[in-house]
Ligand binder design. Structure first.
Ligand SMILES: C[S@@+](CC[C@H](N)C(=O)[O-])C[C@H]1O[C@@H](n2cnc3c(N)ncnc32)[C@H](O)[C@@H]1O
Length: 185
């Protein structure tokens, strides 16, 4: 499964796109396409992801519409105007690799027409991050405590406070992941 984030505005609101990428990764997606490309933002998130382990790539796209058009499997476009997620799941047929499409401020009509399914997570306006998390939870489940391949740090469950295991031998201070991913260099 891969995710396409459409309509990113480089330099305007790095935080929302950062959170789309982090959310996709946290739920097990290994490739996110970003339209338009934003190399600096992608690099920051991929650097952070590397420390938490697993495989994760961000691919810059000049045309999300072309990616959707040429996609070899099913495309799920998240929009409040779509069909109900939970009802749709009882009858959809997903073939080949799945591309989940989340929009930005404006989504063109063509995206609605080309998507295999337009999927609503409620019919109320909210956020691409929330919609993506719910869809991925339904499709892939929510990963429980896990240590990903190659991780250098692992967060452990804690009733209070923070428990972080440093999986390297170094004892340097572990940076705050959000501060690091969002902060422009
Ligand atoms: C802030 S909304 C803006 C939508 C935009 N005005 C449009 O033309 O569709 C950004 C993205 O959040 C997602 N989103 C927001 N509410 C949603 C909902 N109820 N169900 C599914 N996705 C939603 C969609 O992917 C949408 O493109």
């Amino acid at each position: 499964m891969e995710v396409l984030r459409l309509g990113h505005r480089p330099g305007r609101d790095p935080r929302l796109t950062t959170h789309v990428l982090l959310t996709a990764r946290a739920f097990g997606v290994e490739v996110v396409h970003l339209e338009p490309p934003d190399d600096a933002l992608a690099r920051r998130v991929v650097d952070l992801a590397r420390r938490f382990g697993g495989s994760f790539r961000v691919l810059g796209e000049r045309s999300g519409r072309k990616l959707i058009q040429d996609w070899p499997g099913s495309t799920l476009h998240l929009t409040m105007y779509g069909e109900d997620l939970d009802e749709l799941r009882t009858r959809w047929t997903l073939e080949g690799p799945v591309l989940v499409v989340v929009g930005g401020p404006k989504v063109s009509r063509e995206v609605y027409e080309r998507a295999t399914y337009n999927v609503a997570v409620t019919h109320q306006p909210h956020s691409e991050v929330a919609a993506l998390a719910i869809l991925l939870d339904r499709l892939l489940g929510t990963p429980q405590v896990e240590r990903r391949d190659g991780a250098r740090i692992q967060v452990l469950p804690a009733r209070r406070g923070k428990r972080v295991r440093d999986l390297t031998s170094s004892s340097r201070r572990l940076p705050d992941p959000y501060e690091e991913a969002e902060a422009p260099p």
